[in-house]
Design a protein around this ligand. Sequence first.
Ligand code: UDP
Length: 466
Amino acid sequence: MEPSDNPRLRPHVLVLPTPAQGHLNPMLQFSKRLVSRGLKATLALTVHFAASMHADPSLPVDIETISDGHDIGGFTEAESIEAYQVDLRVVGSRTLAKLIRKLDRSGRPIDAVIYDGFLPWALDVAKQCCKLGVVFFTQTCAVNNIYYHLQRGLLPLPLSGPSVEVPGLPPLEPSEMPSFVYKLGSYPAFCDMLVNQFTNVDGADFVLFDTFYELEKEVVDWMSANLWPLKTIGPTLPSLYLDKRLPDDTAYGINLFTPTTTSTVSAWLCSHPPRSVVYVSFGSMADLDPSQVVELAHGLALAGHPFLWIVRSSEQHKLPRDLMDSIPSEQALILPWCNQLEVLASDAIGCFVTHCGLNSVIEAICLGIPMVAMPQWTDQPTNAKFVEDVWRVGVRAKADEPGFVAREEVERRVTEVLGGGERGREMAESARKWMAAAKAAIGEGGSSDRNINEFVEELMSRALIE
Ligand code: UDP
């Protein structure tokens, strides 16, 4: 009998994302791929995160909870970022070990813990519980290679010179490095967390990255040859948007925010010609300066294309009311949250103004949508550099000295993408090329498909032995 035929012999993985939408989505999607290959997967979410989300009841994974010490309010209850990270590590380690023991006693013991690279303490817990440890990185290989070099003392700080050389990467201007590295001292707790991802990674049994080989060939080759035998397993969008081999996988399935109903959004989109609408979103966390919101609103209005703008409820007070009221409703739709994949897949969308969170960038690549990059912090400036100069699927909106993008710059960049000029055509062509490469990577026999198969086979054989 094959292990996958007998549920008691199917390896059982416990998957631990950082409690944030942008980390949960790729790790949940990877779990679904493992389930489709015969594994059992259980997600471990913090109590507060689990209580705040809406989960599709038909998800093929189980959900269990651990504690971050802030079961009622989560992150917002902690005194500071530093304090939250300590609580998450200390209380999280204890309750993760308790959860593993509970599942072990339930008759479906855990074989491996797949943990977010942001939570390196989970590897210590996995090893103490005699489980395989699998690190899953939710940022690009390029960005992680930069943090790796910092952690090993191979990248002197503060950065100096017109460009910084990191093996496997094109020369980067200091401002194209992750913000925590470039603006040293901004959010030191986050910088420490990202650098600390690499303190114990050598002890992990598997190293996985949410990217695909063709997208980051040079840096993947360098890291594979010099660091670890890593596996790229992305893109991690629902199968409907990629290979369609997982028939029920049509959406991520867990939302922290309530999306506006599909029929409302698609009715508005359908009233516009193909490739005419600008979609604008800054993801689940960005907190834009109010004057930046005003500049963006004016820039979108000046560009003259219809736009669909996601402004989370907590951000809506920053909108310039008079301007917004003067724009006809067929020209602008402001929503607090939507199903972003459905929107990006609509024929009407021709341009995505994005903060360059990695999920949003990869989603745009997979759906062939050129971007205007407006990075805010963390890995976003580096992602934006790759969007413009390496993958050539977008343009960066240039910020002035205090870091603001003026309305004229927004207008100029949106026009560059949608205005019908040479550069716009070139970006659209690159976007089509990358869309095909992304689908091929996760499709049958593609680079990520092979890596996932290898991972499952190795995990099955090691789980049966250990
Ligand atoms: N997203 C969504 N609806 C929205 C805005 C965003 O479903 O209205 C999803 C988007 O598809 C992506 C995630 O939220 O998967 C945001 O992740 P990203 O890495 O882009 O940004 P973050 O929120 O981590 O800054």
